[in-house]
Design a protein. Structure first.
Length: 367
C-alpha cells in the first residue's frame, strides 16, 4: 500500500502545462528523488505536494487522507528550501523551536525536541548564534533541524545543497543519508544533479517536460533505461550515441557499419520489430582501447585527466565523436590512431521514437 499516492495530477499556469497527469506511489520510509533538466516540473511537483502550489486537477493522498485541498500547514509535511529560509533575527535555538512554539507545544516538550535534534545534527555549539554567524553548511543543518523537530510524516527537500561548494555537498549528502537511515521517515528530494540522485535515492523519478519519463532504483535506470532521454540523462559522461550509416540484416545478427568499422548485434536481443532507423548507445565505461583491430577505429582528439581516471575523446572514421574511459596511467596521446572494442552485452538500441528496443544479455539468457 502506498503511503503517498499522487493520481493524475495536472498543473497549468494559464496556457502552460507544467504537470501532465502525474501518477506516483511512494512507500512509507522511502527516499525518493525527483530529477530532470531545468523546466521539467520537478520543483513544481514538489511544491504542489507541499501545498505551496494548487493543483489544476488530480489528487494527493497521504497515509490514507486526501490532502489535495488542504493548506500547506495542515498537510503534516515539512519542507527544506534551497535558500535555507531561516529567520535572521532569531538564534539557532529560536529558529529550531519557532514552529513548535507557534503550535503552542508545552515548553518542556519544546526544549526536549530541540535538544534531541541539536545533538543529532551537531548544532549544540551553535544554538546561541544567529544565521549571519553561520557557514552555508551550518545554516543548511539548521534548516533541516527545523524540519525534523516538527516530526512530519514526509520531508520535502527542494535542491537543498545547490548553494554549497563541491566538498560540502559531498559531506551533506552523507549526512542526509545517515539522517534518513536514523529517522526512517519518508523523504522526497528535488535536484538537477544526477550524482545526488544516484547516491541518495531508494528510487529515482526522472521527469521530462512535465511528465514522468521513468521510475526505478538508480541501478535500474542506469542498466535498463526505457528511452534515449533516460539513457543520456543518467551516467557521467553521457552515453555515446551512434546513428548508423548502414545496417545489414543477417540470419542471427544485425551488422551496423560506421565508416571503416562495424558492430555486430544479435537479433535475439531485439524486442519487437526491427526498424530501418536505429541509434546505438554505449557508455564510455563499456568501451576499451585495443592494440589489435577492434570494432571501431579513430583518432584521439582530447584526453581529459581526472586523477583516478581519464576519458579519451575520439573521432571515428565515420566522423562521429565518442568518449571512451581509459586508465589514468595510459600513455596514449592526442592525435594517436586507436582501435576500440565494445562490450556488446552493455549496448542499447533505440528506434526512431527514441525508445529502447534491445534487451540485456542476462534477460535474453533467461528466456
Amino acid at each position: 500500500m502506498s503511503y503517498l499516492a499522487i493520481t493524475e495530477l495536472q498543473k497549468y499556469y494559464d496556457s502552460y502545462h507544467a504537470l501532465r497527469g502525474i501518477n506516483l506511489s511512494i512507500k512509507e520510509g522511502e527516499f525518493v528523488v525527483f530529477v530532470g533538466p531545468s523546466g521539467c516540473g520537478k520543483s513544481t511537483l514538489l511544491r504542489t505536494i507541499a501545498g505551496l502550489e494548487s493543483s489544476s486537477s488530480g489528487s494527493i493522498n497521504l497515509d490514507g487522507r486526501d490532502i489535495t485541498e488542504l493548506a500547506s500547514s495542515k498537510r503534516d509535511l515539512a519542507m527544506v528550501f534551497q535558500s535555507y529560509a531561516l529567520y535572521p533575527h532569531m538564534t539557532v535555538a529560536e529558529n529550531l523551536s519557532f514552529a513548535l512554539r507557534l503550535a503552542k507545544v508545552p515548553d518542556e516538550e519544546v526544549k526536549e525536541k530541540v535538544r534531541s535534534v541539536s545533538a543529532s545534527l551537531q548544532l549544540d555549539p551553535l544554538l546561541e548564534r544567529k544565521p549571519k554567524e553561520l557557514s552555508g553548511g551550518q545554516r543548511q543543518r539548521v534548516a533541516i533541524g527545523r524540519a525534523i523537530v516538527r516530526q512530519p510524516k514526509v520531508f520535502l527537500f527542494d535542491e537543498p545543497l545547490s548553494n554549497l561548494d563541491a566538498a560540502l555537498r559531498v559531506q551533506m549528502r552523507l549526512e542526509l543519508a545517515r539522517l534518513h537511515k536514523k529517522l526512517g521517515t519518508t523523504m522526497i528530494y528535488v535536484t538537477h544533479d544526477q550524482v545526488e540522485a544516484m547516491t541518495l535515492a531508494d528510487r529515482v523519478v526522472i521527469l521530462n517536460a512535465g511528465s514522468i519519463e521513468q521510475v526505478g532504483t538508480p541501478l535500474e535506470l542506469y542498466r535498463q533505461p526505457n528511452s534515449r532521454f533516460v539513457a543520456e540523462f543518467i551516467g557521467t559522461p553521457k552515453m555515446n550515441l551512434l546513428p548508423t550509416e548502414n545496417m545489414i540484416r543477417q540470419e542471427n545478427e544485425l551488422v551496423f557499419q560506421l565508416g571503416a568499422g562495424e558492430i555486430r548485434f544479435p537479433t535475439a536481443r531485439i524486442s519487437g520489430p526491427i526498424p530501418s532507423s536505429i541509434v546505438l548507445g554505449i557508455r564510455p565505461e563499456h568501451m576499451s582501447l585495443s592494440e589489435e583491430k577492434g570494432e571501431l577505429n579513430g583518432r584521439i582528439e582530447l584526453i581529459e585527466h581526472l586523477g583516478s581516471e581519464a576519458y579519451a575523446h575520439i573521432q571515428l572514421s565515420s566522423n562521429q565523436t565518442i568518449i571512451v574511459k581509459v586508465s589514468a596511467r595510459s600513455d596514449i596521446k592526442d592525435g594517436q590512431l586507436v582501435n576500440i572494442n565494445i562490450d556488446r552485452d552493455e549496448m542499447i538500441l533505440f528506434n526512431e521514437s527514441d525508445r529502447v528496443i534491445s534487451l540485456l544479455a542476462e534477460e535474453v539468457e533467461d528466456v
